[in-house]
Design a protein around this ligand. Structure first.
Ligand code: AFP
Length: 320
């Protein structure tokens, strides 16, 4: 039984990064307790407000955002934070070494139906100078760490500091995250895809053709039957991909021409791509590696195709 701290120390992770990761884990432990309380904790339902993305905020979105923001502002190692739920970046401590961007509660539509939700973090080096949006606009390749915490039947954490992806489970008796997998490895092949099929008529031809061939199964050119899953929380879908393989995608669509992409680069796509690549998978927009994108804004959205190496590469063939 190795705790998060023991595991990161043994793996030679920089002591300050270790301290930061422990702060992130503590936030998740608190949010996990609120999620478990459900209606009894008074965290269900919506607020009257909208976030910068124009989405109605759930109570738990707001609570989780405040909890994480305050914890990180109090952490001397953190210079600034950016959240999916905040319009602008928030300054923390001038001497801090790290910038943290986060999705405080991914999968908000699942809160009120007692289904999977999670928290996603991305850690970047803080450049010299003041904390502003430009400081955060670094490609995903610059990430020092990325993790998600999934509040499911068990609370789990997938973490990378750039040396493989590790999986931990929260021990509810001690409050420690315990190592359960030292090196996550995504199978290269899969017969499972995850996509919101209700958007099918809005996809580009490349994705239309790829999914059509999967659906033809054994009788089609893919020569095998596929299964489909959709959790409506990227944390849940990516956790399945890390656990047993699969392809997860939220492609470009024309449903709302002003919003051709759904997932946020800084809060969702980059940290998940880091975790997936470090577990042997591939993460692309269809046309470029997600972690190589130079961000143009903290709330930028991108197309995402990630998961099992051979299957993602097959999907990318349809995009060429
Ligand atoms: P929130 O972060 O606003 O909860 O959105 C969740 C999400 O961005 C991602 O986690 C899901 O994969 C996706 O939305 C689900 O979108 P649809 O509701 O369009 O299926």
């Amino acid at each position: 039984m190795h705790t998060l701290q023991e595991t990161l120390s043994r793996r030679g992770v920089d002591g300050e990064l270790l301290t930061l990761i422990q702060s992130l884990a503590s936030c998740a432990t608190e949010i996990s307790a609120l999620v478990r309380g459900g209606a009894l904790a008074g965290v269900l339902g919506a607020t009257q407000s909208e976030n910068v993305q124009g989405e109605t905020q759930k109570k738990l979105d707001v609570i989780a955002n405040e909890l994480i923001k305050q914890a990180l502002q109090a952490q001397p190692l953190v210079k600034g934070v950016a959240s999916e739920e905040e319009d602008d970046v928030v300054a923390a401590n001038a001497d801090g070494r790290f910038l943290v961007s986060f999705d405080p509660l991914d999968g908000s539509s699942n809160i009120d139906i007692n289904s999977l939700v999670g928290t996603i973090f991305s850690v970047l080096p803080a450049p010299a100078g003041e904390v502003n949006e430009a400081a955060f606009l670094q490609p995903g390749e610059n990430q020092l760490a990325a993790c998600y915490m999934l509040y499911g039947p068990a609370t789990v954490m997938a973490l990378t500091t750039g040396n493989g992806t590790q999986m931990f489970t929260l021990d509810p008796k001690t409050g420690d995250f315990i190592l359960v997998e030292e090196q996550v490895s995504i199978p290269a092949d899969t017969a499972e895809f995850a996509i919101n099929m209700s958007n099918q008529r809005f996809w580009q031809p490349a994705m239309q053709n790829y999914i059509a061939d999967c659906l033809l199964g054994k009788e089609g050119q893919r020569g095998k039957n596929f299964n489909m899953r959709w959790i409506a929380a990227m944390v849940g879908d990516v956790h399945r991909v890390l656990s047993r393989g699969g392809l997860f995608t939220y492609p470009q669509d024309t449903k709302n021409p002003e919003k051709p992409f759904k997932l946020r680069l800084m809060y969702e796509a980059n940290p998940m791509s880091f975790l997936v690549e470090q577990a042997g998978g591939v993460a692309s927009t269809g046309y470029e590696r997600i972690m190589a994108i130079q961000p143009e804004g903290i709330h930028q959205r991108v197309a995402v195709i990630l998961g099992s190496k051979n299957e993602v590469n097959t999907c990318l063939e349809y995009h060429r």
